[in-house]
Ligand binder design. Sequence first.
Ligand SMILES: Cc1ncc(C[n+]2csc(CCOP(=O)(O)OP(=O)(O)O)c2C)c(N)n1
Ligand SMILES: CC(=O)[C@@H](O)[C@H](O)COP(=O)(O)O
Ligand SMILES: [Mg+2]
Length: 623
Amino acid sequence: MVLEKINQPGDIRKIPHDQLPQLAEEIRQFLIEKLSMTGGHLASNLGVVELTMALHLAFDPAKDRLIWDVGHQSYTHKILTGRKEGFTSLRKLGGMSGFPKRSESSCDVFDTGHSSTSISAGLGIVRARDLAGEKYSVVSIIGDGSATGGMVYEAINNAANLKTNFIIVFNDNGMSISRNVGGLSTYLSDLRTSEGYTDLKKATEDALRQLPIAGDWAVERVRRTKNNLKTILMPGGALLENFGIKYFGPVDGANIDQMVRLFENAKKVDGPVIVHVRTKKGKGFGPAERMPERFHGTGPFDIETGLPKVKKTKADWTDVFSTVMCKEGARVPNLCAVTAAMAEGTGLRRFRGMYPERFFDVGIAEEHAVTFCAGLAVGGMIPVFAVYSSFLQRGFDQMIHDVCLQNLHVVFAIDRAGLVGADGETHQGIFDLSYLSLIPNMTVMAPKNKWELADMFRWAIHKADGPVAIRYPRGSVCDSFQEFRAPVEKGRWEVLYDESDICLLAVGSMVQTALEVRQRLRQNGYSCTIVNCRFVKPLDEETLTRMAGEHKLLVTMEENVHSGGFGSRVLEYLCAIGSCVPTLVCALPDAYIEHGSVDVLKKECCIDAESIYGKVVSRFIGL
Ligand SMILES: Cc1ncc(C[n+]2csc(CCOP(=O)(O)OP(=O)(O)O)c2C)c(N)n1
Ligand SMILES: CC(=O)[C@@H](O)[C@H](O)COP(=O)(O)O
Ligand SMILES: [Mg+2]
C-alpha cells in the first residue's frame, strides 16, 4: 500500500513517480470507504485527488500557502498533510473538521466554509508576504461554482496591478452543488470544449516533443502563443488578460504530470496567474459520477449501491416548505422563488420544475440575491428567497438598505437556522434572530411545527405588507402540537398551557423542548405555562406583560446566541415596563460552535430539555 507511506506533510515527494497513479487510486478508495461510514462531501473530493497531489508535488505545504475555497474539497489535502487517522472521526465533536482549520494543522492556511473567499484571502497573504520580504508561493484553489460569488471579482479586480506571483487554480468540474449557472460557466464550457483549441494543443505538442533538446522549450513557446491567441480569440479570455491576469490551461485534472508542469510555469509569472484545471466531480465512484449533486454532501452510504444507510422516515422542515411553495405557486401567479445555488438544499427543485419562469438561481451570490428580490418586489412580484441562515449573513446590508428601508414585500425562507451539526462553526445558523431583529420593518417568525410553518408562509405571502423572515432548522420537522393551531396574527403569540409558577417563552424548535421541560416540572409538582413565541419581532407585548404579572419565573428559550436574541429583547422590554419578574435566558453562548451531532451540541450548550429543567428548578428554588 503506497498510502501507508503518507504520514506527514511532504511524504508524497518521496513516492516514486511511477507509484503516483496507485497512490491516487488508494486515496480514492480510502475516501469512499471512510465516507461510506461517516458521510461528508464525497463527490467534490473524489474530483480533486490528482489535482491535490499535483499541488503537493509542485508546492511545499510546510512553506507555501494553499487556500481552499469553501474547503469542502480539502480531504486529500488533509490526507497528504498527515491526517489520515482523522477520517474516522470526521465532523464528529472533538474530531477532524470537514473544512480547513488553522487550529488543526499549520498546512491549513486559512479557515474556509463559506464560498468565494479564497482569492481575497490569498491576495492578502501575497501582500503580507511581499511586505515582509518573504519568498513562498500563494495558491488559491477555487471551484467554478464558488467563482460565481461576487467577492471573486472584487478580488480579481484588486489583484490587477499586482506585480508579484499569485497563483489561482480554477477547479472546473462544470458543477456547483447543482449544475453551475451564470455567464462564467457558459464561458468556461466554451473554453473547455473548444475543439479547435484542444486539437491544436495536442497535435502541436506531440510534434514539438519530438524535437531533440528544444522540445519542451518549443512546446512552452507555442503554448504561450496559443494562450495569447486564445485570450484574443476567445472573447471571454481577453477579460482576464485585461485584468493583467495570465491564463494557463485548460489542463486535464487527471494528469498529474501536466498539472505539475503548469504549476511550475505559473510560479515564474510576476503577477497573478490563473491555472484552469478540468476535473470530474465524483470521479472513481459510479453513483457519484452519475449523481454528483446527490453525492455533493452525503450521509453514510452503502458502497455497493450508493444507497443511504439511514433511511429517511420523516419529512424535513425543508420538505414542508417545498410543498407549501409548490401549492402557493399555483395560487399566486406573481410568486417567485430565488436561491443562491442551493435549489436542492432549500427544497426549491420541485418549484423549479413546475414554474421554471418564476424560479431564479443566481449562483453563489446571496448579497446579489437579496437586492435582486428587492427588484422583483418593486416590479410587482412576491419573491421568496430560500437561503441557509449562515449564508444569509452575506446579505445583511442588502436586507437593510435595499429591502427593509423601502419596506418591500420580500419573504426570507431561512433554512438551517439553529445548530446544523456536522458542518461546524461556519455553518451553524445561530445568529439570525439577532441580526434580523435589529432591522427596522423586518418581521421575524419561527414555527413550532409543520402546520405552523405552512400557516406562516401563507400569512407571509398573502397577508404581510413588508419584509418577513421565517426561520426553521435543519432536519426532521416537528409533528407534535397538532391540537394547537391558532391563526397567525402579526405580533400575536400562542399560549399553549396557561398555568402559574413558571412560564416558558419558547421560540420555534424550542417549543418541543419546552414541552419536555414542562413534563419534568409537572412530575415534580411545579405548574408550568408554555407560550409559543412565534413572532420574535414584533414581540407580543400584551401577552408578555400578562405573563410577567402572573408568574414567579419567566424562562426564554431559543436556538440562537444570547446577544441580541429573543431573550435579550424580552429583558429589554421587561426593563422598559419596569417589571422585576425574575427571568432566565436559555440561549446558545456567544461563541462559535464546532462540528458535532446536533443533540450532542445542544447538551454541550445546555439548551437540551434536561439542562434547561435543571437550570429552571435551581433558579426557582433560589427565588
Ligand atoms: C456563501 C456560501 N453559499 C453557499 C454555500 C454552499 N456551497 C457549498 S459548496 C457549493 C458549491 C461549490 O461549487 P464549486 O466551487 O464548483 O465546488 P465543487 O463542489 O464543484 O468542487 C455551495 C453552493 C457556501 N458554502 N457558502
Ligand atoms: C459545503 C457546503 O457549504 C454545503 O455543501 C453544505 O455543507 C450543505 O449543507 P446541508 O448538508 O445542510 O445541505
Ligand atoms: Mg464545481
